[in-house]
Design a protein. Structure first.
Length: 106
């Protein structure tokens, strides 16, 4: 099994949608743009971790950075509360972390 960044990004977007619920129409464009612009970085982080070229601690710190950046991006949409932005960012990054974690266990 190999890591598919496009499938993972789709799942991350879905996780964001599930968290923002009724605000999805306002959030969709920003969230999709964010994920597409960060795609290369997220894919690089995942591939380095899967190849065991970076340690788990370093990987988790970088994911925390990505989560904060995504949360800030979602905050730029005035209608989304801080709580919703945090939950959406957490859910999206959790999807990426889970996808990589499953492959590492294989």
């Amino acid at each position: 099994m190999r890591f598919d960044i496009d499938e993972t990004l789709a799942q991350m977007l879905s996780a964001i949608r599930d968290e923002v619920k009724g605000n999805w129409k306002m959030v969709k464009g920003n969230a999709n743009t964010f994920l597409q612009t960060r795609k290369s970085r997220l894919e690089l982080l995942a591939s380095l971790r899967l190849a065991n070229e970076i340690k788990e601690e370093f990987y988790l710190k970088r994911l925390k950075d990505e989560k904060k950046i995504l949360e800030s991006e979602l905050h730029s949409i005035a209608i989304v509360s801080k709580s919703i932005a945090q939950k959406a960012a957490n859910a999206a990054i959790d999807v990426l972390q889970d996808a990589v974690g499953k492959l590492i266990k294989l």
